[in-house]
Design a protein around this ligand. Sequence first.
Ligand SMILES: [Zn+2]
Length: 127
Amino acid sequence: MGSVSGSCNACGATGAALMKLSLGKDFFGRAYDRLSPSTDQSPKWYCEGCSMQKNLQRDFRDILEEFDKLSADQGSTLSNHEEFQRAALRLREIVAILAGAANESSFLTVTDVTQLIGRMQTTTVRT
Ligand SMILES: [Zn+2]
């Protein structure tokens, strides 16, 4: 077993139930093995609220990365119209969740996400 008596790696909460975050698949369904138990050198432990926000941040990063590739004409998952729509929808969902959260996320801000939404809205996908 790991450091169940530790504190959340994000907000520092102690005494809460902590979970080791295994990231599994990224937003686009690709394998994302960085935190799997056998290969992870420095596992992180988060309380429930932070692990939820960490997942939002992960999706945001995946989408941002793909969008940057799309902008640079580098072949992106987002050149698929359906993926693009799905990603745009997810970003709106993330904003709604962040806006409704009791504590400000230590991982990402509503501003970051709305900026990306704005950039995506001015982009037309060439198919
Ligand atoms: Zn926490």
